[in-house]
Design a protein around this ligand. Structure first.
Ligand SMILES: Cc1ncc(COP(=O)(O)O)c(C=O)c1O
Length: 462
C-alpha cells in the first residue's frame, strides 16, 4: 500500500472524505489507499505507474477486460440518443427490450421474462419480494421462508444481506431478518466427515435440507437460493451430485429454485451459465457483474412463466406491480450490456474460458505440495488456494484470515491483485486472459506464497 501522502494529494483527500466499503476504516487511516488510475486488458495501473494483474477481474466482474473501446462507444452513442428513460407505467426503450430478448434467448430453458435492477444486492432483494408476492398471489400467505446457505454471498442490502451467510455481513447490522434460514455449506474439504465421498456428503446435505424443511413445516418454506459455485464465500465448488439432490428436495416440497449467477454467469465456469453445468433448472436466475463487464452497474432477474403469470395476475388485482427502480433497465447500462454480450459471443469467450481453465487449475495445483497449501479448487476461470497451518489435519492458522490478509497486501508488491476470503486466496481473472498471462499470474502468486511462508514463520504460531 502507498504511504500516506502530502496534504491535498489524492491519498490525503481520500482519507479526509471517503468511507470505504468492505474496509477496516482505522487500518485504512494508517495505510492509505491504493489509487488505481487506468486499466488495459487484464492489467490495472496505480497512480505511481505500477502494473498489476487483476487476478479477480475487479470484483469478479470485468469479464472482457479493461480498455474495451466498443463499450465506450456503445455508452456514448446511447448517451447522445437517449441518456435516460425509465420503464415504469408502460414506458420502454430499445436497449432494454433488446437486452431482455437476448437474455431470454441464451438463458436456461423455461426462463421467459426479465426484470432489471442495478446491483446484485438490489436484484436479490427483489427476488425475496417476488417470492413473497408470488405466494401471496397464489393465496399461500404462510409460504414465505427462503433457505440460503452458510458462506453464501447474495449481497448486503437488508434482504440480500440476510440471504448472505457470512458472519461479518450480519454482525452489528441486526441481520438476518425473519423468514431467512441458512443450511449447510457444501464445501467438501472443510465440512465432509472423514472418509466421506463427495456423493455421500451431497446426500447428507440434501438430508439436512429436508430435515430443516420438515422442521419448519413445508407449507412455510417458499424457496432455496444458491450460487451454483459459491464465489465470495471462497470459491466453493459443489460436491458431485449436490445440485441434483438439492433440486429433488426442493421439488418435493414445492419450493422455487433460485440460482444466483451474479459471479457464475456469462462464461465464468466455462459455460454460459453454471446452471447448465450442474443441471440446475432454476425458476429464477440472477445475473449482474459480467453482464456489462462492470463498465456500468446493471443486474437482472430472469423468471419463468409460472412466476410471471402469478405476478401479472396480482398486479392486475392490486392495480400495479408496486416495485421498480428509477434506473431499472437504464438505457445506457442495457446498451453496454448488449454490446458486452455481443463481444462475449463474437470472441467466443465462454469457450475460451473453458480452454484456459486447465492452465489456471493445473498451474495452481503445481503448487499443491507447498507447505502452506491445503486445497486447490476451482472450475472454469474461478479458483481458490486455501492456506493452512497443517496440511495433514487441515488446521488453519490462528487467528484465521491473518495470513490471507498478509497475502492480499503482499501480492501488490509482486504486481498481483487477488482477493483473500479468510485464508483462501481467490482467483477470477478476466475471461480474456491468455495462457502465457495465466503463467505469469501464477508466477507472481508463487513468489507471494514464498513470502507468506517466511512471514507466517515469523508472525504466526505454527
Ligand atoms: C453471487 C453474488 N450475488 C450478489 C452479489 C451482490 O452484488 P452487488 O455487490 O452488485 O450488490 C454478489 C457480489 O459479489 C455476488 O457475488
Amino acid at each position: 500500500m502507498t504511504a500516506v501522502a502530502a496534504v491535498n494529494s489524492p491519498s490525503a483527500r481520500d482519507l479526509a472524505y471517503v468511507l470505504h466499503p468492505y474496509t477496516n476504516a482505522r487500518a485504512h487511516e494508517a495505510k492509505g489507499p491504493v489509487i488505481i488510475e487506468r486499466g488495459q486488458g487484464i492489467y490495472v495501473y496505480d497512480d505511481q505507474g505500477r502494473e498489476y494483474i487483476e487476478g479477480l477481474a475487479g470484483l469478479w466482474s470485468v469479464g472482457i477486460g479493461y480498455g474495451e473501446e466498443r463499450l465506450v462507444e456503445a455508452a456514448a452513442a446511447q448517451m447522445r440518443k437517449l441518456p435516460y428513460y425509465h420503464s415504469f407505467s408502460h414506458k420502454s426503450h430499445n436497449p432494454g427490450i433488446d437486452l431482455a430478448e437476448k437474455l431470454v434467448s441464451i438463458a436456461p430453458a423455461g426462463l421467459a421474462r426479465v426484470f432489471f435492477a442495478n446491483s446484485g444486492s438490489e436484484a436479490n432483494d427483489t427476488v425475496v419480494k417476488m417470492v413473497w408476492y408470488y405466494n401471496n398471489a397464489l393465496g399461500r400467505p404462510k409460504k414465505k421462508k427462503i433457505i440460503s446457505r452458510l458462506r453464501a454471498y447474495h449481497g448486503i442490502t437488508i434482504a440480500s444481506g440476510s440471504l448472505t451467510g457470512l458472519p461479518w455481513n450480519h454482525r452489528d447490522f441486526d441481520l438476518p431478518i425473519a423468514n431467512i434460514l441458512h443450511t449447510a455449506c457444501p464445501h467438501h474439504y472443510r465440512y465432509a466427515n472423514d472418509g466421506e465421498s463427495e456423493e455421500e456428503f451431497a446426500s447428507r446435505l440434501a438430508g439436512q435440507l429436508e430435515a430443516m424443511i420438515l422442521h419448519e413445516g413445508p407449507d412455510t418454506v417458499a424457496a432455496f437460493i444458491g450460487e451454483p459455485v459459491m464465489g465470495a464465500g471462497g470459491v466453493l465448488v459443489p460436491p458431485r451430485t449436490y445440485w441434483q439432490k438439492i433440486s429433488q428436495v426442493c421439488r418435493k416440497y414445492d419450493m422455487l429454485i433460485i440460482a444466483d449467477e451474479v459471479i457464475n454467469g456469462f462464461g465464468r465456469t466455462g459455460r454460459m451459465f453454471a446452471s447448465e453445468l450442474y443441471g440446475i433448472e432454476p425458476d429464477m436466475l440472477v445475473v449482474s457483474k459480467q453482464i456489462t463487464s462492470s463498465y456500468l452497474p446493471l443486474s437482472a432477474i430472469l423468471l419463468n412463466d409460472k412466476i410471471y403469470q402469478a405476478i401479472a395476475d396480482n398486479s392486475a388485482k392490486v392495480g400495479t406491480f408496486g416495485h421498480g427502480f428509477t434506473a431499472s433497465a437504464h438505457p445506457v447500462a442495457t446498451a453496454v450490456g448488449l454490446e458486452n454480450l455481443r463481444i462475449i459471443e463474437e470472441r467466443q469467450l465462454v469457450k475460451h474460458a473453458a480452454e484456459m481453465s486447465p492452465f489456471l487449475l493445473k498451474g495452481l495445483r503445481d503448487h499443491a505440495d507447498h507447505p502452506l497449501v491445503g486445497e486447490v479448487r476451482g472450475v472454469g476461470l474461478m479458483a481458490a488456494v486455501e492456506l493452512v497451518a497443517d496440511k495433514k489435519t487441515k488446521r488453519q492458522f490462528d487467528p484465521a484470515g491473518k495470513l490471507g490478509a498478509y497475502f492480499f497486501e503482499r501480492g501488490h508488491h509482486h504486481g498481483l491483485i487477488i482477493r483473500n476470503v479468510g485464508d483462501s486466496i481467490c482467483f477470477c481473472p478476466p475471461l480474456i486472459i491468455q495462457a502465457d498471462q495465466i503463467k505469469e499470474m501464477i508466477r507472481r502468486f508463487a513468489a507471494t506464497l514464498d513470502d507468506a511462508q517466511a512471514w507466517a514463520k515469523e508472525n504466526l504460531p505454527a
